[in-house]
Write a new protein. Structure first.
Length: 192
């Protein structure tokens, strides 16, 4: 019996990225479920509550995630409100706000929350980079075209490479190590 895991997200790009990260090591399922999102400055708390909601509806072992995008010169804005800001003003709006700021440092933080009948467990990962002045690249989604790491935006990096270095990948690495050690095959079988 192979290990299996369900990711709950309405974002198909996130599901693709997570599936690419796990490759063949875990049988991966994706369920799109609209989850009410708690408003908080703490992404781990947001992820925990999303996992609680999803588990109470689906009754199977699952993961959810939440990501913040924090720009140093803007005192961490948009932080955990990144999705809302992207939806309302987009990358063009962020770049407009950033005009004239010499400090372009920013970071992404992702919290992965795993829920099963034993509880909810949260794992985090972060990547640092800079907000550039013009979007570049065709890969990825969200802020990827304006966030540069080591000379390339996340939108210029192929999915396989991004799945190894991103904030989400770092959180997933910590989660995977814990999951493989602490959950046996029968516990994670979604067909039970």
């Amino acid at each position: 019996m192979s290990r299996s895991l369900t990711m709950v997200t309405s974002n198909a790009h996130k599901a693709q990225e997570v599936a690419a990260f796990f490759g063949q090591s875990i049988k991966f399922h994706h369920i799109a479920l609209d989850i009410p999102e708690l408003r908080s400055d703490d992404i781990e708390e947001i992820a925990r509550e999303k996992a609680r909601y999803a588990y109470n509806h689906l009754h199977r072992p699952l993961i959810v995630d939440d990501t913040s995008f924090s720009i140093d010169a803007l005192n961490g804005f948009p932080g955990p409100y990144a999705a809302y800001v992207l939806k309302t003003i987009g990358n063009k709006g962020i770049l407009k706000i950033m005009e004239g700021f010499p400090d372009r440092k920013a970071h992404f933080t992702t919290a992965i929350a795993f829920a099963d009948d034993k509880g909810i467990f949260v794992f985090s990962g972060m990547i640092e980079g800079n907000v550039i002045t013009e979007p570049r690249g065709r890969e990825g989604f969200g802020y990827d075209p304006v966030f540069e790491v080591r000379g390339k935006t996340l939108a210029e990096i192929p999915l396989e490479e991004k799945s190894a270095i991103s904030h989400r990948a770092r959180a997933l690495m910590t989660f995977r190590d814990w999951f493989m050690k602490n959950r046996n095959d029968s516990e994670t079988d979604t067909n039970r």
